[in-house]
Ligand binder design. Structure first.
Ligand code: SF4
Length: 568
């Protein structure tokens, strides 16, 4: 990434994809016209069943018995392989990872590395069954088996089926990127090529498609570019003999596009989830997800795995598809930071969670605790009880619960009997006599009750940087626990209370020593209150005054050329 300006490329691609989604109906028309003008056939499938029917009908018309498939999440989404098998058409996956999981009768565990959960020993056992004798488990031998076995399928296939990384409307072109070269074989050896592609993959121009190429491999695998980048415009053709165009010289005579909707138009109508249509399926959000790293894609997600899987699955596979899986998101926001098209994944997952909670509810103890943890007095009361109850289990500032799976490996920070807001006057008394700026420190319930020393230290650092600091006493919690638990109504009420309280604070900046709390107020409030213009404006106004502690301290030190002074 060092040789590129990732942020600039990300902003550029985000803007291009946003514009494409805005203009999607017109782009579908334009792509259809241009693709048909160069000899392709274009079909539109409203849902998975229709897409499967279209592909099966083409197979029937061509009397196809064997098809080779290049890796395609869209065909996974519609269950195409299973559908074709039921119609008596043998479908062979030719991407190495996809072939491995096809042999294992599993589904992909990662968007771009479908067999990442398999060891080479397991792959060797699968391949041994294919060739009928033991196979060495070194990767070179395994790849040699795949090459030899899959080659015969390429040569004998009646049809090649692919997905698409982008569709270019101005030329009716399909963009495919792979590392193995199997898509090149699947799209050039068989006499017919079918591409099943989600409509959100359509972009206006070749330039837009190249903006995707610049970030797709970089985000997914860390490569500058994948090994193969194909642009396919119409079926194979030549005019080498007397300038008479002939179709199907070396490659397919027929090219069919199945443009798949399957919930995408409905997503486009939703002001929040519309952003998710920008996804270029790079898999980066899985790579950085701590939950995904522990449990893998078969648990974390549905057909689409990882953070984006939690977001799009309800639209393609129904609300219940990730009703429980959404609970694995920790709300750490790591996915947001790496997404090359700036999809607010963490926020969208909380939306999915709110819908899931509406359907399946929360346990009674959790509901009661969240309700109590919504007003300052009640929080103080509950925290006081917990501080008393933790006594027997407390040791060195930590609490180790004596039961349950968590007890084996985790200690929880003890609830402090002396929260930060108890020390508000103490902080005020140590303010510098001629301050450079006035800061309100909103401690958040986490810092206030679990790590008040960190909040106090943050106040002292800001004072050392020349700021007058006052601890905000009227509010305890921003509502993140409720938001993250799907208790939307309580979260909305808490957001409004917090906005009202923090608007009254007289300070140049409001600093929050908890980044998740800062993100909730600066990003989630406006989205949470999107249906109410006045509150949304107030949320945005407040967001401008809020700064996470670390960033503000660094800014302050830089702007004022302050190197700090020893704390007294
Ligand atoms: S949501 Fe973003 S990071 Fe995740 S797969 Fe899509 S483009 Fe990549």
């Amino acid at each position: 990434m060092r040789e590129i300006d990732w942020t600039a490329l990300r902003d550029d691609l985000t803007a291009r994809k946003t514009a494409a989604i805005d203009d999607l109906p017109a782009l579908v028309e334009r792509f259809t016209e241009e693709a048909e003008a160069v000899g392709a056939k274009v079909y539109r499938a409203a849902d998975a069943a229709e897409a499967n029917r279209i592909v099966a009908a083409i197979c029937r018309a061509k009397k196809a018995k064997l098809v080779v498939k290049s890796k395609s999440m869209a065909t996974e989404e519609i269950g195409l392989t299973e559908h074709l098998e039921k119609q008596g058409v043998r479908a062979i996956e030719t991407d190495l990872g996809e072939w491995i999981i096809q042999l294992a009768h599993e589904r992909p565990s990662h968007l771009i590395a479908p067999a990442i959960h398999k060891t080479r020993e397991e792959v060797a056992q699968l391949f041994a069954k294919v060739v009928g004798h033991p196979v060495p488990d070194d990767t070179a031998s395994l790849v040699a088996v795949a090459r030899a076995e899959l080659r015969q399928y390429f040569l004998n296939a009646d049809i090649g089926i692919t997905g698409g990384n982008a569709l270019i409307a101005e030329t009716g072109t399909l963009l495919l990127v792979t590392n193995e070269g199997n898509a090149d074989l699947a799209t050039s050896v068989p006499p017919v090529h079918i591409a099943v592609v989600g409509i959100e993959k359509i972009v206006p121009t070749l330039d837009d498609a190249m903006a995707i190429v610049k970030l797709l491999a970089r985000s997914g695998t860390g490569q500058k570019i994948t090994t193969y980048t194909q642009l396919i415009t119409g079926p194979s053709r030549s005019a080498d003999i007397e300038l008479k165009t002939q179709i199907g010289v070396h490659g397919p005579k027929e090219l069919h596009f199945v443009l798949l909707d399957n919930g995408r138009s409905a997503m486009r109508e939703d002001p929040a989830f519309r952003d998710a249509l920008r996804c270029i399926r790079c898999g980066a959000c899985s790579n950085v997800c701590p939950s995904y790293q522990v449990v893998g894609g078969h648990v974390f997600g549905h057909v689409y795995t990882g953070a984006i899987g939690l977001v799009v699955s309800p639209w393609h596979h129904g609300t219940d598809s990730v009703a429980y899986e959404q609970g694995m998101c920790l709300g750490c926001n790591a996915c947001d930071t790496v997404c090359p098209v700036s999809i607010p994944l963490a926020s969208l997952i909380t939306e999915v969670r709110a819908k899931a909670v509406e359907r399946i509810g929360l346990s009674l103890p959790k509901r009661l605790l969240l309700k109590q943890w919504s007003a300052p007095d009640a929080i103080d009361r509950v925290a006081g009880w917990l501080a008393m109850l933790q006594g027997p289990f407390r040791h060195d500032g930590l609490v180790r619960v004596p039961f349950g799976a968590i007890a084996k490996e985790k200690s929880l920070p003890a609830i402090s009997e002396r929260p930060l807001h108890f020390r508000a006057r103490e902080v005020t008394q140590t303010n510098p006599s001629s301050p450079a700026t006035r800061v309100a420190l909103f401690p958040s319930c986490l810092v206030d009750r679990l790590i008040p020393e960190a909040g106090y230290a943050a106040a002292r650092v800001l004072q050392a940087l020349g700021a007058e600091v006052h601890v905000v006493e009227g509010r305890r919690c921003c509502g993140l626990p409720q938001l993250n638990s799907g208790e939307r109504a309580t979260a909305v009420a808490m957001a409004k209370d917090a906005i009202t309280a923090l608007e009254r604070v007289r300070a140049d900046r409001i600093v929050i020593p908890s980044s998740s709390c800062a993100i909730t107020i600066t990003q989630d409030y406006a989205r949470l209150l999107a249906g109410d213009d006045e509150w949304r404006e107030r949320a945005l106004g407040l967001a401008e005054r809020i700064t996470p502690f670390t960033r503000f301290a660094a800014e302050l030190a830089r702007e004022r050329a302050i190197r700090g002074r020893p704390l007294g």
